[in-house]
Design a protein around this ligand. Sequence first.
Ligand SMILES: [Mg+2]
Length: 374
Amino acid sequence: MQIADIRCHPLRVQLPVPQRTSQGDWESLDIVVVEVETADGIVGIGEGLARRSSAAYALMIDEILAPRVIGCHAMDRRAIWRSMRSALTGRPGTQMLEAMAAIDIALWDIAGKALNQPVYRLLGGVGRTHLPAYASSINWLDDETVAREVGSALEAGFRQIKVKLGGTPAQSIARARYVRGLVPDDVALCADANWAFDVHEAIRVGFALWDLGYDFFEEPIAPEDRDGYRTLARQLPIRLAAGESDSVASDVLEFLHDRSLGLIQPDVARSGGITETWRMAELAAAHNVAYAPHVGWSGAVCAAASLHLAAAAESFRTYECMVFDNPLRQALCTPLLGDVRCLENGMLAVPQTPGLGVEFDRDALREFTRRPER
Ligand SMILES: [Mg+2]
């Protein structure tokens, strides 16, 4: 079970339809994926979000992380995690934790394959075979496009839909009201502002969302404004959600202690992989706070790992099922998991095969790679 090799693939795709949030337009997406191979021939796969340059992340893995990991026992996941984290002096930044996520996820895939069990069972399954999922997201675009996107989500069978907000508080409230009018009363709605507001604006929008029956209000303000979240939690009746921007468990601990969040949403491809994300999910359960994995603009390995975390987490609430076309999520791996096309009555099946339950499609891997494979 000694780790013998790590093969890193920096990937990029142009999106068929560019995505727009309150933070701007995204025309292409980058992720970095790895294959970690043990001396006895077990290969695990993993993924890290790579923002604007997967090539830069590949260099971090090849030159900083891989030399520390090769030669370790593949089952010593926490030891490997700690060794990777200490690779740089000082506190590792978000980018390093995203690169670490790729290797850590691959180690869980190896463990599942070695033990012939799906990853969720290694985490301690709670008996879920299907997960409630929400459509993510209705873009911050014109009303006509929004109506079309909402129509598609309903047609796919979603019973929960997330709406992107932006612009001024008045524009956001108008959008929230507009979407409420487009869906039946029994369809749950939630909203994501991607930090569009300051505290005072967020209070105004939050009350409106509560009045309209929205279930949660995601990242109304910048994630580092901890006092701001505490203020919002004191003033607003609606459940606040955040966590996609938090990288390690200690980042969310403060939010859990004071209950300023009602839902935490760590992203396994950003938060150092399954090892650290699971710690966050366990801490959430211990504090009676709901957990929902963030998938966002990540790829197929992240989607699969998130299904396993969701299947095992005690306070899991809902799975983020992305509805925009992203070849990194839809074509990179087989079988297709956690996608809108897999939806059955608004629910997604938990993978039951050993490990993560997905493998790379070699043609897709080659097509999306930014440099020749070594
Ligand atoms: Mg978000």
